[in-house]
Structure formats: C-alpha cells, structure tokens
Ligand binder design. Structure first.
Ligand code: FES
Length: 173
C-alpha cells in the first residue's frame, strides 16, 4: 500500500539524501552506509530516496532496491504511530505466529512490512525476542504480549484506538 508523502517530507528526503551522498563522497561502494544514514535519519527508506540515490550514483534503481530488501535492517515504509511486531522465531511460528500475523494483517488491511495509510499502525515480523515460553509473542510498541490468540487481536487493536466496529473497506467488498 502506497503511503502518501507531504511536500515537507519530500524536501526532507531530498536534503537528507544529498547530505548522505556528500558525506560518502558519492561513492558507489558506499551504498550500504548511505542507505543506513538515510534510514537512521528518516526512520525508513522512502522510494523517492532510493530513486535519488540511484540517479546520483548513476546505478540502476533495481540495484539500490535489491540491497535495501536484502538486509532486513532496512524498512521501506514509515514506522506507524503504533508498531506491531509479530515474532516469527521457531517457537512462535510453531505456536501459530503466522495465524496471528494474518489476523493483524486482515484487521489492519495491510500486508506484513506495511503501514496503514493514516500511519497509525505498522506491521512487521521479528525474529525471536527471547520469551519463547510465551509463544506466540507479539511486541506492541515496547510491550510484550504473550500467548496471543487470534481472538485477542481485536482487543489489542482497540486498546490502541482502532475502531473495530467499522469494517475495513476490503471486508465490505
Ligand atoms: S521464538 Fe518468539 S520469542 Fe522466541
């Protein structure tokens, strides 16, 4: 799902990318630190930033995109106001973590790795967070929720201010 960018954000992206490129002397072999710098400052790697980096370094956009998607330290969507991280470590996966992920995705009407258009929620997978005895685990903002069942998904979202009574646009169709 495409997230809209304001004119102000567009400007901030431009400046940030230009400074990151400058700091790394526009060197192609510095692509990774350039991406890290941009993400460190913006919180994610917007498509516009990757386009600007590609054209400034005179390399295909797909090369920048490949690096950004290869390393899971990079996120391609802005973090939501509320960040929902579903653990997909072995214990959580075995305990049905993927069902929990699907429940959040359906309810928020986004896919894993995406952010809702109003930027209120983002949904991502994480590796083991170290509380396997509580599998399946979801980290909501900084709080660990253990033994999460699909029936708890609505409650978690409602506690974060999501209106559940209102059906998703997708569900109406
Ligand atoms: S696998 Fe999820 S907490 Fe360890």
């Amino acid at each position: 799902m495409e997230i809209e960018i304001t004119a102000e954000e567009r400007e901030a992206i431009k400046t940030t990318v230009a400074e990151a490129l400058e700091k790394n002397s526009y060197r192609r072999d510095r692509l990774l630190p350039i991406l890290q710098e941009v993400q460190g400052r913006l919180g994610y790697l917007p498509r516009e930033a990757m386009e600007q980096i590609a054209s400034s370094l005179k390399i295909p956009e797909v090369d920048v995109y490949s690096v950004a998607t290869f390393y899971n330290q990079f996120r391609l969507n802005p973090p939501g106001e509320h960040q929902i991280k579903v653990c997909m470590g072995t214990a959580c996966h075995m305990a049905g973590g993927h069902i929990i992920m699907d429940s959040f995705a359906r309810r928020l009407n986004i896919k894993e790795g995406e952010t809702t258009p109003d930027r209120k929620f983002s949904l991502e997978r994480v590796a083991c967070v170290g509380c396997c005895a509580l599998a399946p685990v979801v980290v909501v903002n900084e709080n660990v929720e253990g033994k999460v069942r699909p029936t708890r998904v609505d409650g978690i979202l409602m506690a974060l201010g999501k209106e559940i009574g209102k059906k998703n646009e997708e569900e109406k169709r």
